[in-house]
Every structure is written in C-alpha cells, then in structure tokens.
Design a protein around this ligand. Structure first.
Ligand code: GDP
Ligand code: MG
Length: 442
C-alpha cells in the first residue's frame, strides 16, 4: 500500500483546501488497501464514502501534502470507528452472580479456546469463580476438549452427560452455577461451517433459558468477505453484545474487525493471539487501524503530518508574541501544549535559563493538575474576556471562578501567571526571530 500511496501522493502537491479530485484519487488507493486487508466490499465502500464527504473541503496545512492529509483523516476515522465506545473494550458484564456468558460463532472460529481463555482471565484478574459448560452435542471430542482446558487452567467444567440437548445442558449449567455459588457460567456452543437454521434455533433456546449477560461472537480474524454474513446472521437471530477476534497472531490484516464494527455496531472486546491460554488481549483500535492501512509507513506518515500541524500552530503563535500579543486564547493553547509535552517541569527544563525556575516551581508544590483547572477557568471566560483579560473586575472574576467550580484566588494566580508570561513573550519576541520559544515548543 505504502508504495502505491506515496506514488499517488507525490502527484498531489497542490496546497490549499482538499479538492474533490485530491480526495478521490487518494481514496481509490485506500479502498484497495481496505479490500486487500479483507474488509468486506460493502463495508469498504461505505467507509470510503463517509471519508469522501468528511475530507473534501478540509484545508490542507502547509508542508503536508493533500495525500498525507487524506491518510491522516482515514487513519483517525478508522480508529474512531473501530473503537466505538472505549468503555466497552476489554470489559465483560459479570454482575448478578451467576452471570451467564454465551459464546457463539462458526465452527473452528475459536469458541472453545476463547471460552477457556476468558474463564482464566476472569479467575485471575477479577477473582471470579467460573463454571464452563460445553453445549456441543455433535462432537463428543468438543466436550472433552473443554474439560481438558478446564483442568489445565484450574476452572471447573459441568460434568458431561450423554444424550442431552443443548437446552437441557444449559438448564443444568444454570442450576449448578446457582447451587455451587459460581460468579459466572460460560456456555460454549457448537458451530457449523456455515450458518444453519437448526443450530440457530438451538442457540435461541439456550439464550431464552439463560438470558446471558454477555453474548460474544467469536470470529476468526482471517475471515474475509464472509465476516459480514456471519455477523449479520448471529446478531440478527441471537443478538450479540460483543465480538472476540481470534487468530490475530497470524499475518492477516484484520479487515474483519472493521466489517464487524460496521455491520453490528457492537464492541470488539478482545483479540486472540495464539493457541495458548494466555494469548488473549484487550482490543487495541490503533494497532488494527495501522495493520489495516498497511502498518509502519502510514503511521509514521500520520505522525509526521501531526507534528507539522503542531509546528505550524507554534509558528503562528510566535508571530503573535513578536507583536506583543498574548491573550487568554494563546495561554490556553500553551497550557494544553504543556500538558501534552509532559508538564511544566519537563518543558522548563528544556528551556535555556529556566532550570532554576523549574525547580522553584516544583518546590512550591505546583503540580500539573493545575493546568487542567487553569484551562477550566479560561473556558469559563467569555470571548471578549479571553481576548482582553485586563477588563476582569471583581464581579466578572466571581462569575468566571464559579463557572469553573473554583475560587477567585486561583483565578488571580492564573492572571498573574498570564501577565508574567506575556512579559516574557514580549521580551523573547524582541530578541528577534528568537529560536528560543520555538525550540521549546518543538
Ligand atoms: P471452535 O470450533 O469455535 O470451538 O474453535 P476452537 O476453540 O476449537 O479452535 C479451533 C482451532 O483454532 C484450535 O486449534 C485452536 O487452538 C485454534 N485457535 C483458537 N484461537 C486461536 C488464536 O487466537 N490464534 C491461533 N493461532 N489459533 C487459535
Ligand atoms: Mg468448540
């Protein structure tokens, strides 16, 4: 992808706003990249369309090519779509013991393995008592497989009774979990090679008996175009609460992740990274986004674009300082930048002649949470007040402090700091095209 993209991007050297053509050209390559990553056709098409609308007309920052800018937009959107509500990632709802967890998916997707991995995780990380039950009545070996895994990780399994239906086993599991004082019971269902009506009906019965707190769709991360059909069917018939992507240790590009998110809107909670019982991780949207887009080069391209954008902001600010302008908007930007760069101490430590001041600040008990409160104070000001902090009188100060949930003395401190910084900026500005602040900001 990178080669192809950079070829296209070299041709896109115009500056200014992103034109429809710029975006179209770059997105054609992105679409191919998505398909190569096994994102399903319809999902890739929709995704590219959404980006097209978003990107066209956005201004291109100096020294970033339109192509780089488009890639950054694509990357950010991809992370956004993959992440969804981040509060759901890596979390299982297991309150109200015994909490049932239903595992569904096609055969060979990794249900049984993932059931055991999750049981181990619940036991070790959350101290839960877990019971696992195999509902795979078609393959006696599958029940045996879960039992062996249970012994290996020290988690109980429901005793195997021949001749029972999945619904019967589910009832028995529920009963045993309640009687035995388990926190969680996991139901590992059978799978078929393709969607199958009998199987769905069975799983529906199990769902209605147990009313699962989580219904997890386990999907092979190497699945390509089929991922969408699988997700649509299971979510439509059974209703899922989340997805686990397995075999992400393989060299697949993980396009199934995007397909799953797009079709079900449900969170991807975990990722399987091998056959071992520890090979399970929380889902990391950035990693998969990088993988889908073709990794390394793209990510560094995106980072470079980001840096350039920040450097341009810094340059704009420098120009204002040289003119002796430094209002609360500048101050806020500075404060936010400082937070990003690791706080006051590390920044002042980088500025020549500021080492002593930095240690004084530290001794005075200053900590970086002050930045957050200061930003809150600035946000509480009106536009006019931000541009002209000198107009702040007692009544305005009271209102601002109250709006930020803070006291006036803290606002006074902010104003004092602003005056000192404004003085310093002016001096630095007069020092000519003073590289000093510029260096510090970089
Ligand atoms: P089920 O039919 O859905 O229950 O699938 P299984 O749990 O039996 O898994 C099928 C095969 O895939 C087994 O050989 C597993 O060891 C293997 N497997 C499961 N998850 C992963 C994974 O994340 N990575 C790799 N490499 N293999 C996996
Ligand atoms: Mg199985």
């Amino acid at each position: 992808l990178s080669d192809r993209l950079s070829g296209v991007f070299d041709r896109l050297t115009k500056q200014g706003a992103l034109s429809e053509d710029d975006v179209k050209t770059a997105l054609r390559e992105v679409r191919v990249a998505l398909l190569e990553a096994d994102v399903s056709l319809s999902v890739a098409r929709d995704f590219v369309k959404a980006i097209q609308d978003k990107a066209t007309g956005q201004s291109v920052t100096k020294s970033v090519t339109p192509g780089q800018q488009v890639v950054k937009i694509v990357h950010d959107e991809l992370v956004h779509v993959l992440a969804g509500d981040e509060a759901d990632i890596g979390v299982l709802k297991v309150d109200n013991a015994p909490a049932p967890i239903l595992m569904v998916g096609l055969q060979g997707g990794g249900k049984t393995t993932t059931t055991a991995k999750l049981a181990k995780r619940l036991k070790e990380k959350q101290g839960k008592r877990v019971l696992m039950a195999s509902l795979d009545v078609y393959r006696p070996a599958a029940m045996e497989q879960l039992k062996v895994l249970g012994e290996q990780i020290g988690v109980d399994t429901l005793p195997i009774v021949a001749g029972q239906s999945p619904a019967d086993i589910a009832k028995r599991a529920k009963q045993q979990a309640t009687m035995g004082g388990y926190d969680v019971y996991m139901l590992d269902t059978a799978g078929r090679l393709s969607i199958d009506d009998t199987l769905m009906t069975e799983v529906e019965a199990v769902r209605d008996i147990t009313k699962p707190r989580e219904t997890l769709l386990v999907v092979d991360g190497l699945t390509g175009q089929d991922a969408v059909t699988t997700a649509e069917n299971f979510d439509g018939r059974i209703g899922i609460s989340g997805v686990v992507l397995t075999r992400m240790d393989g060299d697949g590009r993980g396009g199934a992740a995007l397909s799953m998110r797009a079709v079900t809107g449900k969170p991807i909670k975990f990722v399987g990274l091998g056959e071992k019982m520890d090979a399970l991780e929380e889902f990391h949207p950035e990693r998969i986004a990088g993988r889908i887009l073709g990794m390394g080069d793209i990510v560094s391209l995106v980072e470079k674009a980001q840096e350039t954008i920040e450097a341009e902001q810094a340059e704009k600010m420098m120009k204002r300082f040289q003119k002796g302008r430094f209002n609360m908007n500048d101050m806020r930007m500075q404060l936010e930048q400082m937070q990003k760069m690791g706080g006051m101490e590390s920044i002042m430590g980088m500025m020549p002649g500021m080492k002593k001041a930095a240690s004084q600040i530290k001794e005075s008990g200053f900590d970086d949470s002050v930045f957050k409160r200061q930003v809150a104070l600035i946000n509480s000001m009106t536009k006019i007040e931000r541009a002209n902090p000198q107009i702040l009188q007692a009544s305005r100060k009271k209102r601002i402090a109250k709006g930020a949930g803070l006291e006036v003395p803290e606002l006074n401190q902010l104003l004092k700091m602003h005056r000192q910084m404004a003085d310093m900026m002016k001096k630095m500005g007069k020092m000519g095209k003073g590289g000093m602040l510029k260096q510090a900001v970089k």
